[in-house]
Design a protein. Sequence first.
Lengths: 839, 400
Amino acid sequence: MRLKQGWHPSLLLVSSWRYWRRSPLQAFLAMTGIALGVAVVIAVALANASALKSFSASTQALQGSANARILADDPHGLPDSLYVRLRLHEGLTRIAPIVAGYIRIHGETLRLIGFDPFAQWALTPRLLGGKFDLSELLIKPNTVLMTPGTAKALGVSHGQSVEALVDGRSAKLKWIGTPGGDAAALRGIIFTDIATAQDLLNKAGRLSYIDVAVAKGQLARLREVLPAGTRLVSNEQRLADASKMTRAFRLNLLAMSGLALLIGAYLIYNTLIFSVIRRRPLIGLLRAQGVTRGEIIRGILAESSLLALLGAAFGVMLGVLLGHGLVRLVVRTINELYFTLSVEKVYLDPFVFVESVALALIMVLVAALPAASEAARLPPRGQGLAMKSEALWRRNEPWRLVAGFGLLGLSGIALGWPNGGLFPAFLGLFLAVIGATLWVPTGVRFGIWLLGRLSSRASIVIRLTIRNLHASLSRTGLAVMALSVALAASIGVGMMVGSFRFTLIDWLHQSLRGDIYVDADSGPGGRGLSPAFVKAISGLPSVYYVTTGRHARVSTPAGKMNLLAVGTPPGHRPAVAMETCLADCWRAFSSGKIIWISQPLANRLHLKVGSRLSLATASGPHFFKIGGIFYDYGGGTGLIMMPRTVYANYWHDSAIGSIAIYLRPKASLEDMLSSIRARASLADVAITVKPNKAIVTNALRVFDNTFEITRVLRLLLLGVAMVGLLSAWMAWHLEHQREQAILRALGMMPRGLFMLISAQSTVLGTLAGLASMPLGLGMAWALVAIINPRAFGWTLSWHNDPPLLLQAVAAAIVAAWLAALWPAWRMARTSPARALRSE
Amino acid sequence: MMRKRLRLVFLFAGLFMLHACGQPYAPPSRSPDLQALLGHVNEKGFARATQPRAFHFPADFGPHDRYRSEWWYYTGTLRDASGRRFGFELTFFRFALSPNKPPGASPWISNQIYMADFALTDPKDRRFFAWQRFSRDALHLAGAQAQPFEVWVGDWSIRHVNERWGPANGGEGVNAPCAIEGVCTAFPWVLRAQTQTASLRLELTPRQGIVLNGERGLSQKGPAAGDASYYYSMPRLDAHGELRIEGKRFYISGEVWFDREWSTSALAANQVGWDWFALRLADGSDLMFYRLRDRNGRTDPHSAGTWVSPQGEVIHLRADEVSLKPLGFWTDPQGRRYPVRWLLRVPSLGLALEIQPWMRNQGLNLAIPYWEGAVSVTGKRGKRSERGTGYLELTGYGRR
C-alpha cells in the first residue's frame, strides 16, 4: 500500500506517542532529570538575583526618588551643618539627612536608621505612609518603627519596649508603628527620628549620609560645592559596586548549578538512545514506507524538545520552591562575606525562567542529536540488519575517546589562558568534565573486563554478574558517567572547601596569637573602649602586653575597604601572617612609612609591594605606600592595616575599638577573664570578651555556614545522578526481560535475581566512584589553584582528604544500590512465563 | 484668623474628628498626608487664650511657643509697570507637638514644627501655582524670632532688614503705622520665596498700624472659655520687588495683607470649615470677615469681622450683621465644589459688594486642600460705588 506524503508526520507522531505511552517510566525519569537540572539552575539563579534585587529593593524603599548619596570619609560622618548649608544656601529641597548604625536586640544585629520625616517626605513618601503617630515619633524618646515581621521576629508587640544594645550601651526602644512601603525590603531595619538616632548612637551633630535627588546634569555641580572628605555616589554606582563585589561568589554558584543541568542532559541522552534502540524495528518499517531521514531526525528532536519542555516546566516550579530555601543560604553567605542584606523574599525574575528553560532546551537538543542521527542511520526494513546496541556503542568508542581528548585539550587552554578571568576558568572546568566523562565508559569497560579476567574461575553467579554487566554497558555506561560527574563535583568542591578550611585554621592560628580579645560593642565609628579601661587591663600583673585595634571602613578608588589600625607597645609586633614584605618591614610600618594590605586586595587591584594606594582620609585623598602583603581569609573585599597613630592622624579618630591581651606564661585564662569582666564598667561601653579559642570556633562556624550552600548543591547533584542510574536500570531491565525470564525458568529464585542486580549495581557504583576520583581531584585542583585565586584573590594551600575520596566511593555504591532497588524488585517479581511470552 | 486656626483644627483635631465620625481619612493626593501623621496633640500643658491681653511689639511679631499653634499670613495683590496683575500667598504655620522641648543632646530635637504654603496667581496667562514645605524648628532649618523679626521655613522667609525708612503718613490715628510703639522700628521686612519654577522677593513697609480683631485682640471662636485666639491684622503693607516665573522677570508693587494669630484650643466638632474675606477697598477702608460653617453649611454664631474705615476707625462685626450669598462655583479636579463668587452685604455699613475671583482655579491641592485666591470687589457703600481687591479663603469643602 502506498502512503500519501501527508501521512508521514502524523504516522510518526502516533508511533512516537504510542512508544512513550508504553514507556511512561522512561519518559518520567528523563523529565525528572531535566526538571531537577532546571530546578537547581533556576533556584540558584533566583537566589542570586534575589540577593541583588533585595539590595536594590531596599535602596528603593529607603531612598525612593533619591538618585545619589553624599558620604563622609571621616568615620564620624558628616556634620549637620553641611546638610543645613545644602538646603538653605544651595537651594536643594529634595535632600534628606540620615543617621544610621547597627543595634543589637536579643543577639540579633539590626540596622538603625534615623531620618527627618519632613525632609524624607520629599524622597520616600511611601515610607512615611505607614501606620504611626508622627508627633509621638518626634517627641517621645526612643520611639521606633519597624515592620510587623521584624517586630514578630524580635517578639515585640505594639506599644511595648524592647531592650537594645546601641553603640555599646543598652537602651529601651518602644515600638510605636510601622513604616510604609515594601515590607520585605524593610525587614530587619529599625526606623526612628533623626534626633533619637543621634542620641542613641552618640552622634549628636553628625550624619551618616545625605540622600539627594538631583538631575543628572547637576551632579557635577553638587560635587563642586561639597567639602573635602565627602563624596557623592550615585545609586547606580552603589548597585554596580554591590554586584561587582559579589559577582565571583554568584558565578561560582551558577557554575555548580550548571553541573546539575549537564547531568540532566546525560540523562536525556541516555533515555533517547535507548528509545531509538528499542524502536529500531518500527523506525526501519517507517523508513521502508518512505519516511525520510530528515523526518526521523526532526521527529526525535521534537520528542526530546517536548520531554525537555515538560521537564523544564516542572523544574521551574520546583526551582521556585528550592529557590526559597537557597536564598537564605546565599544571603547568609553574602552577609558573612560582604555586606548586610535583609532578604526574606524571592524575587521572581522572568528572565531567569526564560534563560534557564532556553538553556535546558539547548542542552537537551545537543544531547538528543546523537540519538537522532543514530535513528536516521537505521536502514529501511529489509535492507540489511540493524546493529545491536552494544555494537553501536562500541563503534562510537574511538570517537568518544578522541573527542574527550580534544575537549580536555581545549579545557587546558581555557584554564591556562594567561590573565584569564573567572569565565574562561569555568569554561575550562566544564570542558574538562565533559571531556573526561567521555572516557569514563571506556574505563568502566576496562574495569569490567579486568574483573572478568580475575573472576574467570569464580562461581557461575559471579561470572554471570560480570558478563551481564559487560553486555549492558551501552545502558549503564552513561549512568555511571553521570554518577561519576556528580561524585567528582562532590569531591572537587569538598576538597576545595576542605583545603580552604585547613588554610583558614592555619591562618587563624598565625594571626590570632593574643590570648584574650576584648571588643567594644559600639562598632566602627562608635565610641570605643575608654583609655582608662585599656590602661587598667594593661597594668594587671598577669598581662604580658596588650595590642590595640580600631576597625574602620575607608574609601579607595576601587570602593570601600576594611581598615584595621593596630597599636603595639614598643618591642612587640601585631600577629600577622605576611606573604611578602619589604626588607625593613616592621620598622617601616611602625614608623608610619608604609601600610600593609591583604592578599585578596593586592590581587584584585593588581597591587604589589612598593605600589601606592589612594585612601580617602578625613581631609581628602592621600597616597599610602604599600610595604607588605599579608594573608587574609576574613572575607569581604580586602583589608588594609596601618598603625593606629597614622590612622588617628589622618582620620581624626583615636578611639580604641578592641584590644588583644597577651598573658604571661603561667597566667590563668579563667582568672583573667573574670578580672576583665569585673572591670567592664570601666570601659564606658558594653564589651565582648572572648578567649582565642572561642574566636577560632566562631570563625569556623561562620565558615561552615558560608559553605553550607555548596553542601546542599552537592546533594542535589547526587540526586540527579541517582535518577539517571534508576532510569538506566529500568531500561536495562526492559531490554533483558527475556534473559531474566530464562534465568528464572532455569531455576534462579527471585532472591537470586535480586542479588544479581544488587551485585551488578555495587560493581558499577564502585567503578563510578573510582572514575570520579581522578576527575574530582582534577576539579579540586582547578578550584583551588585557578578558580579561587581568580574569584577571591586568595591562595589556598592544598589539603588532601582521603576520607572524602572513600566517602565518594561509598556514596557511589550506596547511590547505585539504592537506584537499583526498585528495578531489581520489579525484575524479581516478573512472572517468567509472561516475560517469555511477551517476547 | 480662624481660618488658620480652622486649618489647624484640620491639621490636628480635624483628623481626629473625621475618625470620630467613622470616616476613614483618605488623603486626596497620592502622597501620604504628613499632617495626618502629626496626629492629635493633647492640649494639656499649653497656654490658652482666655482673656484680652496687652500686645507688645516687636515681641508679638515673634513666636508664642507656649501656645499650640500660630501663623503668619501674607496675601497680596501686585501689578507690574504695564499693569499686569499677580496675586500671592505666603503663609507660615507653627505647631507645637508638646508644651516643652524633649530632653536630649541632638540638635535635631524640637517640639516645634513649621509649615509654609506659597502660591502664585497669574490671571493673564491663567496660571496658578502652589507649593508647601515642612520643617522642624532645629538647626535653623525653620523658626521664628521677634528681634530682629524673622520667620522662615528653609529658604522661604520674611525678615527684618536694617534699612532706613519713613512712613508716608507717620503720626496719627489708629491706622498710622507708628501709633503703636515698636511697630515701625521693626520694619522694613523682606519677603523671599523660591522654587524651581518661580521666585518672589518683596520689601514690605506698613501703611497702617495694628488692627486688633475681636475683643481687644481676643477672638472668640467657640462657646467655651479658651476656645479663642489672639488675632491681629495689618491689612495694608506696601510692597515692591521682583517676581520671576519660569525665567521671566517682573518688577512689581502692590499691597499685602498680614494676619497674625495664635491659640491652643480647637474648634468645636460641628464646625467643618470657613469662608474668609480680606478685602481692601479703593477708598481706603478694609473689611475682614470670617464665616464659620457647621455641618449643614449654616453660619456659626461665632463668625465675626472687622471694618476699618478710611479714617482708621475700627468697627467689629457680628455674624448677624453680615449676609453672604454664593453666586458662582468652581469644582476642582478632585470634585470639591468651592463657592468662588459672592454677594456680601453689611446693612449697618450700607455695604453691598460682589466678590469675583481673578481666576476660578486657585485651589491648593496640598496636604490639606483648600481654595485661596485673589479677588476683585465691585459694589456700593451707601450711594458711592466701590472697587477693591483682596483675598478669599475657602476651607473644609469636601467632595460631592
